[in-house]
Design a protein. Structure first.
Length: 155
C-alpha cells in the first residue's frame, strides 16, 4: 500500500475526518460504477434497487426494501413504479396480507444483474490494485466493527 501524502495524513489521521473519507469513497465508487453501467440504461437508483432486491431476496416487502436502501417508503414506491413499468420487476400482493406488496425480479433484471456483477467485479479489481489482501481484510474488519456498533447504538 502506498504511503499517504502529508495532506492525507493531516486530513484523515484525525478521527473526525473518517466519516467524511468514508462518505466520499462510497460516493466516488458509486459514481464510477454508475458511469460504467450507463449502457444498460439503468440509473444509479434503479441498479441499486435491483441489486438490493437480489441481495435481500425476491419476495422482499417494499417496507423492508426501503429500510435496506435507506429511503422513505414514498420515494421507493415511485422508483418501483418506474422499474415495474419498464419490466425490470414485478410487485405482487402478499398471500399473507393483501395490503403488503412484495417485489420480484423479472428475467430481464436477472440478466442485467449478471452483467452488473461483471462490470462491478472489474471495477473492484481496478480500485483494489496496489492493496494487499491483508490491507483489505483489515479494512473490512474495521468497517464491520463500526457498522455493528452503529446498528446497536440507540437501539
Amino acid at each position: 500500500m502506498s504511503e499517504p501524502d502529508s495532506r492525507d495524513r493531516d486530513e484523515y489521521s484525525r478521527v473526525d475526518g473518517f466519516g467524511q473519507a468514508l462518505f466520499e469513497t462510497g460516493r466516488a465508487w458509486r459514481m464510477c460504477l454508475d458511469r460504467r453501467l450507463q449502457p444498460l440504461g439503468l440509473s444509479q437508483a434503479k441498479w441499486r434497487t435491483l441489486i438490493n432486491v437480489a441481495r435481500v431476496g425476491e419476495g422482499v416487502t417494499q417496507k423492508v426494501l426501503a429500510e435496506r436502501m435507506g429511503v422513505e417508503g414514498p420515494t421507493l414506491v415511485g422508483l418501483l413504479d418506474r422499474l415495474a413499468r419498464d419490466r425490470w420487476l414485478e410487485r405482487r400482493a402478499s398471500e399473507d396480507d393483501r395490503r403488503v406488496r412484495r417485489v420480484y425480479l423479472t428475467p430481464r433484471a436477472r440478466d442485467a444483474l449478471r452483467e452488473i456483477e461483471v462490470v462491478a467485479a472489474a471495477l473492484r479489481e481496478e480500485l483494489f490494485t496496489g492493496l494487499s489482501e491483508d490491507d483489505l481484510l483489515q479494512c473490512l474488519r474495521v468497517l464491520r466493527h463500526i457498522r455493528d456498533r452503529a446498528e446497536n447504538l440507540d437501539g
